[in-house]
Design a protein around this ligand. Structure first.
Ligand code: FAD
Length: 465
């Protein structure tokens, strides 16, 4: 009688271009997802919503191909031991994860099953290049993006894999139900549902739309949040519903040189994973250790105002409200709100990272931590600490008509430039006409940027070389 192979899916929720699935497919297959109760960085609220939806459609895709898809909860090693006992499976396959906890967990699982003479194989399935495949001339990990990017660009990649022919294992195996995991938030999900459609199929729909309507203008419009010109592929990439290899192939084949500014962003994703692998403490500790001495001012009221989009700086508030309502935020706006938290409010970047972790649908340990450290000035290749975004100038430059602000702050919809960027400077008759009552319908600024800038420079001087 044939024995099954176990395909353990994690951040590779797809069929196509899936090396672990390809390897497992020579046996009758059981597909498994484990809700890892030990994971210290288990998905935040918005990510859980995504995960639920994505698993729901993925299960259907596997079952349509005759493969049972099972859900189990617990410590992954215990879950796998039990499943191997139940099914007498001969092998386990997965695509690698790069979070420090996941690396340790997977190594323990591999060595446990190796001792039991059970084949356990892992694959590169979510990156273009493994973090250990590239290094500087002196064999050190990269800390600067440009040479990393050159190295990535000069690498050659294989073609993405098609979905293999699958055969399911016929004996029924017990599964928990996805619903009983309670991943869906009670109310919050409504806003997410209007914007996002998780799953492999939708990831490819988005990629096609991007190639058809957006990629040509990406370079010149990508910094303008109201243009809606970016790919919106980040949550699909995080959950592995599409691979960077698939994107790289399609984009570079169809658009050549013109696609480079977009591919460069995928390069930042690879760089973030490279950094996380080599500097595993970076989600909680600054890469530049002098930053631990910064005298932060932990003002929880200010944190709350930032989280709820009530700082009185319209572009910052628009971004934070977009995040809360949709689980997404444009990259330029992420940089502005992050700079505001760290520099204007002098709050530790880790508090911002945590909030993003809980509210972003694309929350990703590597990308989130690396970008927060970049903004704070303590990461690899980071912006210098004295570069402090002026939220009003950024607003005038990247949302000149205030279209993005009006979309997310309806109480300012009748205010126009220049006043929409700084309502507290508007003459009272203009505010009256626009039905804005500062301190009532919309807050006064919670800090004065000019003073906050001085305070930040004084606090950050401690880290100047
Ligand atoms: C403070 C802060 C926190 C962030 N947290 C996350 C996060 O948790 N998860 C996340 O995926 N991205 C994060 N980013 C990076 C970036 O903002 C998002 O990847 C991007 O906005 C997603 O939109 P998109 O898919 O339309 O991007 P596009 O512009 O279409 O880019 C294509 C892909 O490239 C990758 N990418 C783009 N910009 C970056 C970047 N700066 N760093 C790393 N990869 C990038 C993403 O995978 C993205 O989907 C963060 C940025 C900042 C400033």
């Amino acid at each position: 009688m044939s024995v099954p192979a176990i395909l353990w899916l994690r951040q590779d929720l797809r069929l196509e271009d899936n090396p672990a699935l390809q390897a497992a497919s020579s046996n009758p297959l059981i597909a498994l997802y484990i809700w890892d109760e030990k994971d210290p960085r288990s998905p935040g609220g918005a990510s859980r919503w995504w995960l639920h939806k994505s698993l729901y459609v993925l299960k259907q895709s596997y079952e349509e191909r005759g493969v049972q898809f099972i859900f189990r909860r617990g410590n992954p090693l215990d879950v796998l031991k039990k499943l191997v006992d139940e099914t007498k499976a001969c092998s386990i396959y997965w695509n690698r994860c790069y979070e420090p906890y996941a690396i340790k967990r997977d190594q323990e699982i591999k060595s446990y099953f190796k001792e039991k003479n059970l084949l356990c194989q892992s694959f590169k399935g979510v990156l273009l290049i493994e973090p250990w495949e590239v290094h500087t001339k002196s064999k050190e990990p990269y800390r600067v993006f440009t040479p990393f990017w050159k190295s990535l660009q000069s690498s050659s990649f294989s073609r993405p894999l098609p979905t293999p022919r699958l055969q399911g294992w016929k004996t029924q195996v017990a599964s928990e139900s996805l619903e009983e995991w309670g991943l869906l938030p009670i109310l919050w999900g409504k806003g997410l549902e209007q914007i996002w459609q998780p799953g492999e199929k939708q990831a490819h729909v988005k990629l096609k739309q991007f190639l058809k309507d957006k990629v040509e203008d990406y370079a010149c419009k990508r910094d303008y949040p109201s243009e809606n010109i970016t790919s919106l592929l980040s949550p699909h990439l995080h959950w592995g519903e599409i691979t960077p290899l698939q994107i790289w192939n399609c984009v570079s084949y169809a658009h050549g040189e013109k696609a480079i500014p977009f591919l460069r962003q995928l390069g930042w994703r690879e760089f973030s994973y490279h950094l996380l692998f080599h500097f595993p403490e970076l989600p909680s500790k600054p890469m530049r250790s002098s930053f631990v001495h910064i005298p932060w001012e932990v003002d929880l009221e200010a944190l709350k105002a930032w989280q709820k989009g009530q700082t009185g700086y319209p572009l910052v508030d628009a971004g934070m409200r977009e995040l809360w309502q949709t689980g997404g935020m444009h990259n330029r706006v992420r940089m502005i709100v992050a700079s505001f938290l760290v520099k204007d409010l002098l709050l530790p970047w880790q508090l911002g990272e945590e909030w993003f972790w809980d509210t972003l649908v694309d929350a990703d340990l590597a990308n989130n931590a690396v970008n927060w450290q970049w903004v704070a000035g303590c990461g690899a290749d980071a912006a210098p600490y004295y570069r402090i975004f002026n939220p009003v100038l950024q607003s005038q430059r990247f949302d000149p008509q205030g279209a993005y602000i009006k979309q997310w702050i309806p109480e300012l919809k009748d205010l126009n430039p220049p006043h929409i960027h700084c309502p507290w400077q508007a003459p009272s008759e203009i505010l009256h006409k626009a039905k804005v009552k500062l301190g009532v319908t919309y807050p006064f600024p919670i800090v004065d940027h000019a003073l906050a800038r001085k305070r930040a420079l004084a606090a950050f001087r401690i880290v100047s070389p």
